[in-house]
Design a protein around this ligand. Structure first.
Ligand code: FES
Ligand SMILES: [Fe+2]
Length: 424
């Protein structure tokens, strides 16, 4: 059997096992252990979710010039994202067409040519093979370019898709472009990136992201700035009035400019829409009175970004399944990228962006910029690892979601199950 026939046969038998698991699922309850631990479920996740959908790769401002690149790994697929001589962003499999060596082992850099370190086959910045000394004289070089990966850029965010026939990106572009535009990501720079290896299944990381039931006790910094942890069942009249006042203020100030709040309730934005397979969303929401930035004291800590002319613009929030969320204030943005590395292993990068002209030490201090999201993120990773350890136990059985506080977890799980069972 060919490799792809073997893979399909094994996916078919995995389908049968997965179908049985899904058939047993009780709506409104967390998933069974195998979804978070089992190697074959993980393989299906990789094939059906990670190798089919659009994945956030990084920011355009990380590779401003032709020849700039960064690398990432989606499970076992090493990918290069590189800006070409025509200024276009391309994604290429970081795998030599001679005998398969990794071409760029570094995480990021600049190249004139992509030269394989093994026998020096040489590719140009679009991935075309231009040199292969010692190979067959009549080798048709056009047949041995680096295999390409679909890439799209929207408002400074780079997405890739490993599928040969990628899903339509345009609906996501339409929504993200208009809401993200004022933030000015194309005119940003990376102030800091932190990499984490989190010992938890990628779905646990998302489920945690989709609720703020855990926020009161686990995120003392986050809840001071935000309304998300107040839900329909426990929003007091005082909180409701504060939210309404913040929304009214934003509407009066920015009715015409696209900066008015688009999320006007306490509690979290409803996302994803499992039934319509809406895997992208963006919205603007107010911060609590007195906060103009997601920082420890709510004060601005860096120059205004993008088109903003004042600090009181709430927060822009973007999320795209299966691997990205971003919270952006007037002065900085924070992107979180997930990459799957095993049934119980997720690699996570958190990246802080500021205006491209801002100087560290003069216009912003990392000690003031980082703590809010560094603390909140690390609190979350610890939660996810603790949950994974509990789920691994033979005593774990699925438990019920709160309809008031975990509606988005249920939506995420339904999106996941629909996506993983959908025919290509
Ligand atoms: S494997 Fe790349 S040149 Fe041989
Ligand atoms: Fe959290």
């Amino acid at each position: 059997m060919s490799k792809s026939a073997v893979m399909m046969a094994s996916l078919n038998s995995q389908d049968a096992a997965l179908s049985a698991l899904i058939a047993r699922r009780k709506a409104g309850f967390s998933l069974e252990r195998d979804f978070y631990t089992d190697e074959s479920v993980y393989r299906v996740d990789v094939e059906r979710i990670w190798r089919r959908g659009w994945l956030f790769a990084g920011h355009s401002c990380e590779i401003p010039n032709p020849g700039d690149y960064f690398a990432l790994e989606v499970d076992s697929d090493p990918i290069l994202v590189i800006r070409g001589d025509d200024k276009q962003v391309r994604a290429l499999h970081n795998v030599c067409r001679h005998r398969g060596s990794l071409i760029c082992p570094e995480a990021a850099g600049h190249v004139s040519w992509l030269v394989c370190p093994y026998h020096q086959w040489t590719y140009d910045r679009s991935g075309a093979l231009v040199g292969c000394r010692g190979a067959l004289e009549d080798l048709d070089k056009t047949q041995f370019g680096l295999r390409s990966v679909n890439a799209r850029e929207v408002e400074g965010l780079i997405y890739i898709c490993l599928a040969e026939q990628p899903p339509n990106f345009e609906p996501a572009r339409d929504q993200l472009a208009s809401l993200a535009k004022p933030q000015g990501f194309p005119r940003a720079k990376v102030a800091q990136s932190l990499d984490y290896t989190v010992r938890a299944n990628w779905k646990l990381v998302w489920e945690n992201n989709r609720e703020c039931y855990h926020c009161n006790v686990n995120h003392p910094q986050y809840i001071r700035a935000n309304f998300d942890h107040y839900n329909t069942d426990d929003t007091s009249p005082r909180i409701q009035q504060a939210m309404e006042a913040a929304v009214r203020r934003s509407e009066q100030k920015w009715a015409a400019s696209g900066l008015a709040a688009t999320h006007q309730q306490t509690g979290m934005t409803r996302f994803p829409d499992a039934e319509r397979n809406i895997w992208f969303s963006a919205n603007r929401t107010p911060l609590v009175e007195g906060y103009v930035s997601e920082t420890l004291d709510g004060k601005q800590v860096a120059p205004l970004m993008g088109d903003y002319t004042e600090a009181d613009v709430g927060t822009l929030r973007i999320r795209t399944l299966p691997n990205f969320w971003n919270h952006s204030s007037c002065d900085h943005g924070v992107s979180t990228r997930l990459l799957p590395a095993g049934p119980q292993l997720t690699r996570i990068r958190v990246t802080w962006l500021v205006h491209q002209d801002a100087f560290e030490g003069k216009d912003y201090q990392l000690e003031k910029l980082l703590p809010f999201w560094q603390l909140t993120s690390e609190q979350d990773w610890e939660i996810c690892e603790r949950q994974q350890r509990g789920v691994n136990s033979s005593a774990y059985v699925p438990g019920p979601y709160s309809p008031f506080k975990e509606y988005n977890v249920e939506s995420f799980v339904r999106w996941y199950l629909n996506t993983v069972m959908r025919d290509p």
